[in-house]
Ligand binder design. Structure first.
Ligand SMILES: Nc1ncnc2c1ncn2[C@@H]1O[C@H](COP(=O)(O)OP(=O)(O)OP(=O)(O)O)[C@@H](O)[C@H]1O
Length: 241
């Protein structure tokens, strides 16, 4: 059974549909990259999965259990963590306090929580170094690492990232992608939204092109990356695979 399964999902802002009949499935341990131009519906897709936007039609399931209509807190408790576009660092809090906000009760007792924090500090040394500094003083790339770290502390089964490289200098994009590679290798299931298909080669197992709110193409990254079909689907709203 797929970990995440969307079947014929429609999501609208008022009368205007932003997602039309979108179906997808994501297997446990898989990284699915969703690419598409501006306004394709990528952010809408992440918000709908995380319970922040209601479905007008269609179903969403995690591990076979319906999650459509659940509140964001309940979707999070079921194991879905979203790193939203723009990172959403909490103003007025230190790096450490931001991390504490992400900690799930599911982590267990104090010793288990300390172990989880130590793991996070090992993965993101800059967050250990800046532990007592204000989070808003971090650079863009460091804030992105903090946002990912905070999401990981909820012990998600599925991590959703909405354009994690947006606005970052190339070197920092590389750092974020190194982290994604590490997470994928650890067996975490990931749904990665990116505008630029060039970036996803190193991390994606499968790719889906979304354009105009519809799925235009879907297949194995190894087959589609660098293939003209991907470019056509991205640019013109092209063919179905
Ligand atoms: N709050 C809103 N109210 C009305 N329409 C919206 C709202 N948010 C998004 N839309 C519209 O829904 C469509 C999909 O937007 P969405 O942000 O999901 O696309 P996207 O692929 O994430 O684009 P980007 O790469 O620019 O973030 C667009 O036409 C957008 O104008």
């Amino acid at each position: 059974m797929a970990l995440l399964e969307l079947d014929r999902l429609w999501v609208s802002y008022g009368p205007v549909p932003a997602l039309r009949d979108v179906s997808l499935s994501l297997e446990e341990g898989e990284t699915l990259a969703v690419v598409g131009p501006n306004g394709a519906g990528k952010t809408t897709l992440t918000l709908a999965i995380a319970g922040a936007l209601p479905a007008a039609a269609g179903t969403l399931r995690l591990d076979g259990k319906p999650i459509g209509g659940l509140r964001t807190e309940d979707v999070a408790l079921m194991g879905i963590a979203l790193v939203p576009e723009g990172r959403r660092i909490f103003d007025g809090l230190t790096v450490h306090e931001n991390l504490l906000m992400g900690m799930s009760r599911r982590l267990g007792d104090r010793a288990a929580r300390n172990r989880a924090l130590a793991e996070i500090h090992a993965m993101f040394p800059i967050l250990a170094e800046r532990r007592n500094g204000m989070a808003t003083r971090l650079s863009g790339g460091e804030q992105q690492q903090l946002a990912i770290a905070r999401a990981l502390l909820s012990r998600p089964r599925l991590l959703i990232l909405d354009e994690p490289s947006l606005g970052l200098a190339p070197l920092l994009v590389d750092r974020v992608y190194d982290v994604l590679r590490e997470l994928r290798a650890s067996g975490l299931s990931i749904l990665l939204v990116e505008q630029n298909p060039m970036r996803i080669g190193a991390v994606a197992d499968r790719v889906m092109v979304l354009s105009g709110g519809e799925v235009r193409l879907e297949g194995l990254a190894a087959d589609l990356l660098g293939d003209a079909r991907l470019e056509n689907a991205y640019l013109s709203g092209g063919e179905h695979a």
